[in-house]
Structures are given as C-alpha cells and as structure tokens.
Design a protein around this ligand. Structure first.
Ligand code: NAG
Ligand code: NAG
Ligand code: NAG
Ligand code: NAG
Ligand code: NAG
Length: 423
C-alpha cells in the first residue's frame, strides 16, 4: 500500500529546495520575520512528504485527521535537535515562495497567535536570538515542552520576564544548566523536546512578530540529520496523538462535557497545551439562524484575551472573517467587561463573532499574561437569546456598527492578516 511505500530521502527534498535557490535573492528583501529561508525550506519539505503519502488509514479515522494531516507533517519536519530551525506552524493556508502551503491548523489554534517551534535536546546548548519590533506582539511566551502534541510544559519564560536590549534585540540561552536567577535562560531537561514560542498579535495591522533565529552552539558532529522516513513516522504519530487523542479526544471531550451554549468557568492549567499563565474557558454552541450566544468576559489582570469560534473539530475557519476578537479588536463596556455576540447572521454589533456559517461549533476563550500562582479575577458568563431580543440583554452602551463601519472593520482585519503572508 502506498501508505508504506515511502522511500524518498531527505536528499531529494534538499535537491528540491536547492532548485528553489534562484528565488532566494528576490525574496531576501522581505521584511516579514516569518518569511525566512528556513521557513521556505521546511514548507517545501512538508509539502513534499504530505503529497507523497496519502495517510489513508489515519485520514479515515476522523474527519479532523483528514483536515489536519498536513499540520501533522509540518509538526514533524523541524524535529531535529542537532540541526534546529525556527518553523511557523499551526497556521492557515498560504501561497508564498512559489509554494502552495496547505493549512496546518489543529487543536484550538488561535488566529492571533504565531506559533513557532524549535527542536530541543538537553544534550545540546542553544542560543536563540530575537528582535522585538515596535510595536511587537501583545503577548509573548516561550514554553519548553515535553510533547509537541499534548504540550506539557517543563520550563517557561514569560514575555514579561524577557529582558530586551534598548535596540530591540534579545538573546535566550537554553541548556541543561540551572537558571540560578539568570534572566533569559531556560533550563532544559531530558524530557524537553521542543521550544514553543507564542507571539499573540492583538492589532493585526500594526503588531509584528519577533524575528527569531536559533543556533546550536554545541558540537553536533557525528549526528546525522533526520531523514524524511523518520519525519513521516513522526507525522503519523502526531496525527494520531495530536489530532485524534489530544485534539478531538481530550480537548473535544473537555469541551463537550459542558452543556451546549454555555462557557465553562475559566481555569488555569499547565497541561493540555495551555500555559501556566493562561486561563481558558471551553464551550460548544448549537445555534439556529435566529439565535445568538451572548457572552460577557471579565479580563482581570490579563494582558491579552481572545474570544474565537472554531469548528466542531476545534479548528478556526476563515481568518479573514470576524471569527475571533481579541482584547485590542473589541470594545469594552463601561465597567471594563467585554460583551460578545456569537451568531450566524450579522447582528450589527461591533463585538460580533461570526460563526462563519456554522450552526454548531466550539469556543475556547483564553486570557493570557496572568500570574501563574494566584487565581485571577477572570470570569465569563453566557446566555442564548433570540436575535430579535438581543437589544434587551445587551448593555445600553453597546457599540453598534453601520454596514460601512463593518466593512472597514473587516477590511482592516483582512489587510492585517495579509501582512503575515508577505514573502
Ligand atoms: C527582522 O527580519 C526581517 C525579515 O527577515 C529583516 O528584514 C529585518 O532586517 C530583521 N531585523 C533585525 C533587526 O534583525
Ligand atoms: C548554559 O547557559 C548558561 C546561561 O546562559 C551559560 O552561562 C553557560 O555557558 C551555558 N553552557 C554552555 C555549555 O553553553
Ligand atoms: C442542535 O439543535 C437542533 C435543534 O435546534 C437539534 O435538532 C440537534 O440535535 C442539535 N445538535 C446537537 C449536536 O445537539
Ligand atoms: C461571515 O463569515 C462567512 C464565512 O466566512 C462569510 O462568508 C460572511 O461574509 C461573513 N459575514 C460578514 C458580515 O462578514
Ligand atoms: C459590567 O457590565 C456588564 C454589562 O452591562 C454587566 O453584565 C456586568 O454584570 C457588569 N459587571 C459588574 C461587576 O458590575
């Protein structure tokens, strides 16, 4: 079966990449920190492995797996801790570098978040070099994790603890030495396999993700680069564990435990891929064309929050539609809370979250930048109302939009999203 017939080597993929060489000079003018040559090479390799393998068994296992098979390959192409690269994953489809990159979103991806990965081994010393643009992301974090699929955190550097030089540059060291009060150092352990970097963009039009590069400073001679065959094995495992077990399995279960059209009390946790400094509330909706879910969120001390709608398989749909709103994209009530209206039809409210045509779907609200120890005063309340009764439950100060104001809001969103895709 084709499933087992994979035989190409990394060499042929590298040849493919080499054939893209002439692009390089034309592309070096890009100012998008995501459009790097490593990104292009890994995108090309992921596409090649994905196209050469049809994943029939796992694709059949769940629609989610089918929809996210490419994401599982993207998660696997940058897994070599001796030859680390920085790779942007869990992102929507894009055309760049003359590549048609399929979408790779899974497991409650956040459309605000630029997720980048660096493979890590505790045998190797790393230097991560970064540069913070002005303005940079609203919330940044660096999580050393023991499993790229369930993401259990073994060490963590909060964006608020990162020391950035006056010229915007920063250096983070990662090795097995204790932190000992040093800033910008992350201690790796034998269970650490990946550094997951989150850059959450609040204002998509103005905020730029950090430039990030990595260097293994230890001697890595004697370690062969991982092969495409190994990448494929990892990808299949990712598909099973990340999508079926963790994504639709654990997270989906967590979501479906709650009554329909409710949102759970926010909880802070370092497991299931969430951050220790993050609170999350889960829910699933089932709305007719004439209903709305109205939710009022208390931000507490969060430096950032997001209210996204995802499909029944926990994946964001059309990022260019207003399917999510974050702390910078929404307007507050007079007392500092935020009220959102989730509906299929546009209710003419500024804080509308478009279900993108879905009558059923999922929601994972997140608050970030909280203190990791104390319980914070974050909260959320939700109710369902008929759209015709909406005004009676909304705060009197609710901001409504004209069709023209909505068009401007959406145009800004589309233009902001497009900035990530420039190459
Ligand atoms: C940040 O990255 C962009 C895109 O690669 C590049 O144009 C810019 O010079 C970099 N800035 C710094 C300070 O490294
Ligand atoms: C490990 O990181 C610490 C902190 O930055 C540094 O002092 C030390 O030299 C590093 N060890 C190696 C072997 O690079
Ligand atoms: C969604 O609601 C409709 C009625 O409006 C019902 O028929 C359907 O079974 C519900 N779906 C789920 C998954 O509960
Ligand atoms: C809501 O989302 C759908 C699906 O992406 C899109 O077709 C529609 O235009 C959006 N509605 C508005 C008013 O933006
Ligand atoms: C804040 O205002 C919202 C909207 O009017 C209301 O639902 C909520 O109860 C208020 N919260 C407090 C703590 O007064």
């Amino acid at each position: 079966m084709e499933f087992f017939s994979f035989s190409r080597t990394l060499g042929s993929a590298l040849a493919l990449i080499a054939s893209l060489g002439p692009l390089a000079s034309a592309l070096s003018v890009s100012e998008n920190p995501l459009a790097t040559s490593d990104q292009r090479d890994l995108d090309a390799l992921a596409i090649e492995i994905y196209q050469d393998n049809s994943f029939p068994v796992l694709k059949a296992e769940a629609k989610a797996a089918y929809k996210t098979a490419h994401g599982s390959v993207q998660k696997a192409v940058n897994n070599d801790p001796y030859y680390p690269k920085v790779y942007w994953v869990d992102a929507g489809p894009r055309d760049w570098f003359n590549l048609e990159v399929p979408g790779g979103r899974y497991s409650y991806d956040n459309p605000d978040c630029i997720y980048r990965t660096i493979p890590i081994s505790s045998d190797v010393d790393y230097i991560v070099t970064g540069y913070r643009h002005t303005p940079g992301p609203t919330d940044v974090s660096f999580s050393l994790i023991s499993d790229p699929n369930s993401q259990n955190t073994v060490a963590y550097l909060a964006g608020s603890d990162l020391v950035i030089a006056s010229d915007g540059s920063y250096i983070i060291t990662i090795n097995s030495s204790a932190t000992d009060g040093r800033s910008n150092h992350i201690q790796s352990t034998s269970s650490a396999v990946q550094l997951l970097i989150r850059n959450n963009l609040g204002d998509w039009l103005s905020e730029t993700p950090d430039n990030i590069t990595v260097e293994a400073v230890s001697d890595v001679t004697g370690h062969d680069a991982i092969t495409s065959a190994q990448i494929l094995v990892d990808a299949k495992w990712n598909l099973q564990e990340s999508i079926v077990d963790y994504g639709v399995g654990a997270l989906g279960l967590k979501t479906s435990l709650y009554a329909v059209n409710t949102l759970s009390t926010p909880s802070q946790s370092s497991t299931l891929g969430t951050l220790t400094t993050q609170a999350s509330s889960f829910g699933h909706f089932n709305l007719t064309d004439d209903d709305a879910l109205v939710a009022t969120l208390t931000p507490g001390s969060a430096d950032y929050f997001v209210f996204p709608v995802t499909d029944p398989w926990l994946v964001t749909t059309d990022p260019a539609s207003q399917a999510s709103l974050n702390s910078k994209q929404s307007v507050a009530n007079d007392n500092g809370t935020y009220t959102f209206v989730v509906s299929v039809a546009d209710p003419g409210v500024y804080n509308w979250v478009n279900t993108t045509g879905l009558h059923e779907g999922t929601i994972m609200v997140r608050w970030q930048g909280l203190s990791s120890s104390s319980s914070d005063s974050v909260a959320i309340q939700a109710q369902t109302v008929a759209l015709s009764d909406l005004a009676s439950v909304l705060p009197s100060e609710t901001r409504y939009v004209t069709a023209q104001e909505r068009a401007v809001q959406l145009a800004d969103r589309v233009a902001g999203y497009a900035l990530r895709l420039e190459s």
